[in-house]
Design a binder for this molecule. Structure first.
Ligand SMILES: [Zn+2]
Length: 438
């Protein structure tokens, strides 16, 4: 018997029109359920004067108010432990994850038993999309402490892969686990995949030949979708890299790459995506860059209706060459990391795209955004490869010209440092320093 190509062929390849019929039906159900059961949604829909009667098409969702992290923080703990956005009694909740926001107050993400099972089925779908099968050994190197990515390992187990629950451990320990257990698939962040490969090399191991990893799943940073970064990590490990996109307020991973590697398929039977203007909230057409607003279509514990994710990207609803019909999202960065130079929106991922693609530098970089005469400017620090014979001036000119060509505005300065001068990131890399208010 030939192996099946999709985890759930019927759902994943549902013709667009049918998929949208399913979505509108589930959206009506979610809106009605939220109105009936959540203090917050009842209040905000009443204030906006909207209800299920206003929903005749998916576009009508735009009539409904947004929620964001602030809504979560303001309603959490109000009236009950899980607060006003929650739509089920606590006795129906079996799991909460928590994310620490900028204020330090963790926001809780609750799941009913059914929410949890459906979430893990989505994770199985995304893992299966990367080619993971029951013959794989899967190393789950994500944090288990309150983090929504922790339980995603169950999705891999449900495929039948042999799962190794390592969590986040020091890199020497993780390399020991890789040598002993010989996993074929690992999930981590792009920064850490790079760091771990470099650490392996330093300890005399060759990640490209001596280790067992065939596939690397990454999430948490845009790197996996930046071609040059992806290819650099793939080369370092001689492995195939797949990017995932998760939102702690919804699922550990909501979208994942297929073999076409042209955007990440969103589980559209569970989550509806809109792109909105980050300033005005106005809905933008497919293909335009804006802030992603996501709406859950099945979650009961805490439905998320028009959740402003803070992630900037675009949505493509064209059918993919892999046969899947679900929309593909491409994320370029966090709204908070975007800076504007001479009227141009710049993301750290734009700079990374250039830096990772140039010869003669290590690929590590640091961006400093500052203000001069009331306008923003950016400077970039790069590292010259150890054996390079190019002068620093020539290299700086080359980097500057490449940045200008990609972004449209030149950096105010390019500083060339020696190999190893910049700090190596372990998990989430901090490569942007904003000096505008200092
Ligand atoms: Zn595809």
């Amino acid at each position: 018997m030939s192996e099946r190509k999709y985890w759930n062929e019927e759902i994943e390849t549902l013709p667009r029109k049918k998929l949208e019929e399913v979505q509108i039906e589930q959206l009506r159900d979610t809106i009605a359920f939220a109105y009936e059961n959540s203090v917050h949604y009842r209040r905000s829909f009443d204030e906006a004067g909207v209800g299920t009667g206003d929903l005749t098409s998916l576009a009508d969702l735009a009539k409904f108010p947004f929620v964001d992290k602030k809504t979560e923080r303001e309603t959490q703990g109000v009236g009950s432990f899980l607060g006003e956005m929650c739509a089920v009694p606590e006795s129906d909740v079996v799991f909460v994850s928590a994310s620490s926001g900028s204020t330090g107050t963790p926001t809780l993400s609750p799941f009913t038993k059914n929410d949890f099972e459906e979430w893990q089925d989505v994770e199985s779908r995304l893992f299966y999309m990367t080619g993971m099968r029951n013959t794989d050994r899967y190393l789950h190197a994500l944090n288990f402490t309150l983090f929504v990515g922790g339980p995603d390992v169950i999705g891999a187990q449900n495929i039948g892969a042999l799962c190794i629950w390592s969590g986040t451990v020091p890199s020497e320990r993780l390399l020991f686990i890789i040598r002993e257990f010989k996993p074929t698939v690992i999930w981590t962040t792009p920064s850490y995949a790079w760091y771990l490969g470099e650490t392996a090399k330093k300890s005399g191991l060759d990640p490209a030949n001596g280790l067992s990893i065939k596939k690397i799943i990454v999430a948490g940073e845009p790197g996996g979708s930046i071609k040059a970064t992806r290819e650099a990590i793939e080369k370092l490990w001689n492995a195939d890299l797949y990017d995932f996109f998760g939102i702690s307020d919804i699922f550990g991973a909501c979208a994942g790459m297929c073999e076409a590697k042209d955007g990440l398929h969103l589980a559209e039977d569970h989550i509806l995506a809109e792109t909105v203007d980050p300033r005005t909230g106005e809905v933008l057409p497919d293909g335009a860059h804006g802030e992603l607003a996501l709406t859950t279509l099945r979650k009961r514990a805490r439905p998320m209706i028009r959740f402003r994710t803070g992630d900037i990207g675009c949505v493509n609803r064209e059918k993919c060459s892999c046969g899947r019909t679900h929309a593909r999202v491409s994320i370029v960065g966090r709204k908070d990391d975007m800076f504007i130079v001479s009227g141009v929106n710049v993301f750290p991922s734009d700079v990374e795209y250039v830096i990772r693609g140039l010869e003669g530098i290590t690929g590590e970089y640091l961006i400093r955004v500052s203000k001069k005469d009331f306008t923003a400017q950016y400077a970039v620090e790069v590292e010259k490869e150890r054996n390079s014979s190019e002068t620093d001036e020539r290299l700086a000119e080359r980097v500057s010209a490449a940045l200008k060509a990609r972004i449209g505005v030149k950096p105010a300065q390019v500083t060339v440092l020696e190999d190893g001068a910049l700090p190596r990131a372990t998990h989430k890399a901090k490569r942007l320093i904003d000096e505008r208010n200092s």
